[in-house]
Design a protein around this ligand. Structure first.
Ligand SMILES: [Zn+2]
Length: 187
């Protein structure tokens, strides 16, 4: 059996549990029942910028300003490359200016609010800490106490997506099946 690449590094018992649900075709249904509220409403780059800025102002008031935020369809969601944060410093008028850009994989347009919060918190923490170290994760946890649960569940979703290619919360995907209970959707 090929390894579940999105779950690398998690305890064996959790991986086995995920594998079992996947093999039984129940992983999607399990995620849908845990996140039954559906996709969040942040649809555009402008809305995403507002969302990210609001979170930043709540938790990191003294941090650098974020210059650009966008959904990016070119980000391939593998392991740690869920989003992307670029930091460009350039000299302007004799002063060193920092320019922060946050790009979030387009996949995050159609996920539950919890997953958008998780990736945003992750990218915001990168404003202060480049590496995925202890300080990094404690910042993530300060902004979202359930950070680790949401990241794990997001990885379960990526595992499900790769195996089935069936988005769970995409409103377009469900548009012609509105009278079907999402959890009962098995196709
Ligand atoms: Zn990261």
């Amino acid at each position: 059996m090929p390894p579940l690449k999105y779950l690398t590094g998690y305890p064996e018992s959790l991986i086995l549990q995920a594998r079992k649900l996947l093999d039984q075709g129940k992983l999607g249904a399990a995620l849908l029942s845990r996140y039954s509220a559906g996709a969040h409403g942040v649809r555009t780059d402008r809305a995403l910028y507002q969302y990210v800025t609001d979170l930043k102002n709540t938790y990191m008031r003294n941090g650098d300003q974020i210059n650009k935020v966008a959904f990016d369809s070119k980000i391939h969601v593998i392991q740690h490359a869920l989003g992307q944060h670029t930091y460009i410093s350039r000299v302007q008028g004799g002063k060193l200016k920092a320019k922060h850009e946050i790009r979030v994989a387009t996949l995050f347009k159609t996920v539950p609010a919890e997953f958008l919060k998780m990736i945003t918190v992750h990218e915001l923490a990168h404003l202060k800490e480049k590496d995925h170290n202890k300080a990094f994760y404690s910042m993530c946890l300060r902004m979202e106490p359930n950070y680790h649960q949401y990241e794990f569940d997001l990885r379960l979703y990526l595992t499900h997506l790769e195996a089935t290619r069936q988005p769970l919360w995409d409103p377009k995907a469900n548009a012609d099946a509105t009278d079907m209970a999402p959890a009962g959707k098995t196709d």
